[in-house]
Design a protein around this ligand. Structure first.
Ligand SMILES: [Ca+2]
Ligand SMILES: [Ca+2]
Length: 368
């Protein structure tokens, strides 16, 4: 009788605190339907744009329309030093645009000790090997709970460039206020070299964008990626493990792929993407690989994340989120234990040793 009562008590308590059941791997059809549905939904824009009030505008001498002027900025160097002393950003490391910690810049926020804007490739893909078009993140340091990193939903030049000078209060009434230039890249001519990396479609200087923090923070499935980040990763914002492989979207190096390799070629693919992609400088870097094959679960990729998209999904991705350049990747098998791999401009000889694949650069360009 006593054990029955205990059991009943436990049943109530355990039910109340039960964790959701572990997701089963999703079928390809279900995964694909979700990806296509999300890619056909309109893109979310959370920041509204207006003219920057005259008192916050830059002097002509300070006028920044190009990144090439940034090294001249003493304030920025000082702010960078400050950021480095603070230990930088634990989750989203990238390049610092500015950091402010004076009371005037922090606006009407309570319990906030600093605000920084960083650029990162966490959800905006690396262009093959060139790190153009990083996305913008804001970091807000809270006195009682440490730093908070929030994605702003746009990449540099798509269409904004966040200015290193910020004269206005940054946090007002639950919104982030940022001085920006509109230098909208032409999607048909996005390649080029600094200081004019893009042909500009729309140019408007001295703008301000206002981004509601509560909306930037929204994370419906509580997996640590915001709804906005998930939109750019094409993951399901209502499901913490989109591909059902047991790894949450945030931890999963291939959040749209869950299948284990079942052929030697798939083994080489998984190992190549896992080991040979160029590493970021302490930042998570997103690569896109359009593939007709199975969506492979690519584990143990230090610092990298790969989105595996079918060719038609990749076209929809570009229509929605802007032109992107997938990683160039090919595998040519020579029997079952040798292969040639061409990844991000470099050719490797892959050979299966005792239990692992070993890659050696051939020193040649691709000849097949
Ligand atoms: Ca989420
Ligand atoms: Ca997963």
């Amino acid at each position: 009788m006593r054990s029955t009562a205990l059991l009943f008590t436990c049943f109530l308590a355990c039910t109340a605190h039960a964790k959701p059941p572990v997701a089963k791997p999703e079928g390809e059809e279900h995964l694909r339907a979700g990806i296509l549905r999300r890619l056909t939904q309109p893109r979310t824009t959370l920041c509204s744009e207006a003219s920057l009030p005259a008192e916050y505008r830059l002097d002509d001498d300070d006028r920044l329309t190009s990144q090439s002027l940034r090294p001249r900025l003493f304030d920025e160097r000082r702010d960078r030093d400050q950021a480095e002393r603070r230990g930088r950003i634990p989750d989203v490391a990238g390049s610092l645009v500015f950091m402010k910690s004076d009371r005037k810049s922090l606006g009407d926020s309570q319990g906030v000790t600093g605000v920084a804007v960083f650029k990162s490739h966490a959800v905006d893909p690396v262009l093959q090997t060139t790190r153009l078009d990083p996305g913008y993140y804001v970091t807000i340091w809270h006195f009682d709970r440490g730093p908070e990193n929030l994605y702003l939903g746009f990449a540099e030049f798509w269409p904004y460039v966040v200015l290193p000078f910020q004269k206005q209060p940054l946090l007002i009434n639950g919104e982030l206020h940022l001085a920006v230039d509109v230098l909208e890249a032409d999607p048909f001519q996005p390649l080029g070299l600094p200081p004019d990396p893009h042909r500009v479609l729309r140019k408007e200087l001295d703008r301000i964008i206002r981004c509601p923090l509560a909306k930037l923070r929204a994370d419906a499935d509580k997996d640590g990626l915001t709804d906005l980040e998930e939109e750019h990763l094409v993951t399901d914002p209502l499901r913490a493990d989109t591909d059902g492989d047991g790894l949450s979207d945030k931890e999963d190096p291939s959040p749209l792929g869950g299948v284990a390799p079942s052929t030697p070629e798939q083994e080489v693919i998984v190992k190549s993407l896992g080991e040979l992609l160029p590493q970021g400088h302490g930042e998570t870097a997103l690569f896109i690989w359009p593939s007709d094959g199975p969506r492979l679960g690519i584990k143990a990729m230090a610092g990298n994340r790969v989105l595996i998209l079918r060719p038609d999904e990749f076209e929809k991705y570009k229509s929605k989120l802007g032109p992107r350049y997938p990683v160039q990747f090919e595998v040519k098998m020579e029997g079952t234990d040798r292969a040639l791999v061409y990844l991000a401009g470099v050719e490797y000889r892959a050979e299966k040793g005792q239990n692992a694949w070993v890659f050696t650069p051939t020193g040649k360009g691709k000849i097949w």
